[in-house]
Design a protein around this ligand. Sequence first.
Ligand code: ASN
Length: 482
Amino acid sequence: MKKVLMTLVTAVAAFLAFGVASQKPASASEPHYIIATDATYAPFDFQDKNNKYVGIDQDILATIAKREGFTYELKPMSFNAATQAVASDQADGVIAGMSITDARRQVFDFSTPYYRSGIGWATAKDSKIKSLSDLKGKTVALKTGTAGAQYAESIQSKYGFKITYFSDSDTSYRDVINGNTAATFGDLPVLQYAVKNGTELKVQNPKDPFNAGDYGFAVKKGANASLLAAFNKGFAAIKKDGTYDKIVNKYLDAKASTFTGSASDNNSVFGILRSNSSAFWTGLKETLYLTIVGIILATIWGLLLGVMGVAKSKFLRGLSTTIIYIFRGMPMMVLAFFIYIGLPGVIGVKIPAFTAGVLTLILNEGAYTGAFVRGGFNSVDGGQMEAARSLGLSHSKAMRKVIIPQGLKLMIPSFINQFIITLKDTSILSAIGILELTQTGTLIVTRNSQGFRVWAIIAVIYLIVITLLTWLSNWVEKRTRA
Ligand code: ASN
């Protein structure tokens, strides 16, 4: 038992170490950074029709990196997760239309301000709401952790509205358009860009934003000074030589279709599939990769927990019960954030999102597996153990030769069930910026606002994969029965 435990711990440690090592810079001479972003934030950060990250922020960053000689890997996630990733050293910097505020200065060092912004508020196009006082008793949609949300929170009691939170801007806009909420607060340039490109909202304060302020690129306070210095140096240069203005105008003057693709690309299921085929494929591959690694490692861990759960030793049984209790009782998203955002700050090592995702799957799915494996062994008739012992087999031999083989057969349907759940649960890992199928869907919907069609496509892809997985599992089950 000890040996198996040690092997598993070593395997997971090696996996973790591999993940950490793979984040090292490609070349020693050029600094390499991890930059978090909120890729649902047009015209600053979004994906174009070729699924390339574009936008005012992205072009500025790419131009500066080239000029100043550094490379970076972009990590798209919700704005809230992006700032937390920097605060916990998981990313070196964040560029995400991020307002420079006094509260944030406590945690981040900001670059030279690069874009003038402020808070706007918007209602549905045909709404009767005209002033903030009309919001009394109504609900407003806010994006978690943003300056827009903070502003709305600060006037909430004065105007007497309720709040619902979302993790990206587009979903909060949709919520207002669908009539679930009465208004939304967000950055004026972003709201105006959305309206200009067909989002059916009305901006109520187009001329005078609240809390006018600036956007800045941010690093964790006191860290990554050379990255910040490089950004500032590069920014000064592109501001001077006109590149900055060109970038801004490129996005503000452009027709939406330049970035989002033609109507035929976006207005039919077939068009969406065709124009995003490579993104869907990449997202699906990541989902499959997570699922396969997750299933294998969680099954090994779960089997071990299950065997420990029926061991002779009281200590091992107690340990198994405790581990199952903790990880089965913890929502998976909380666990993912704990490992990805919480843990690195304590252990002082970066944990790549993929590694954090796999660890989350191992701990969460492994706990469920452990519970049914333990139950499966326990449900083998007690007389079997007695009979085996009376034939002279030791406890462990009786377990190995009699109980485990019978128990495992009983568990096969539960395993198949757990595999399917693992596949579906990978979608939760989109929250920590893993670009799997669900996150791919979010990015596409932000660009083309075709929520119904895109989510239908994604749902069908999951169903197809789940069907294949079920067939495969049933086939394996039949073979083990033969
Ligand atoms: N403008 C937002 C903020 O500064 C950031 C965002 O939503 N991407 O809070």
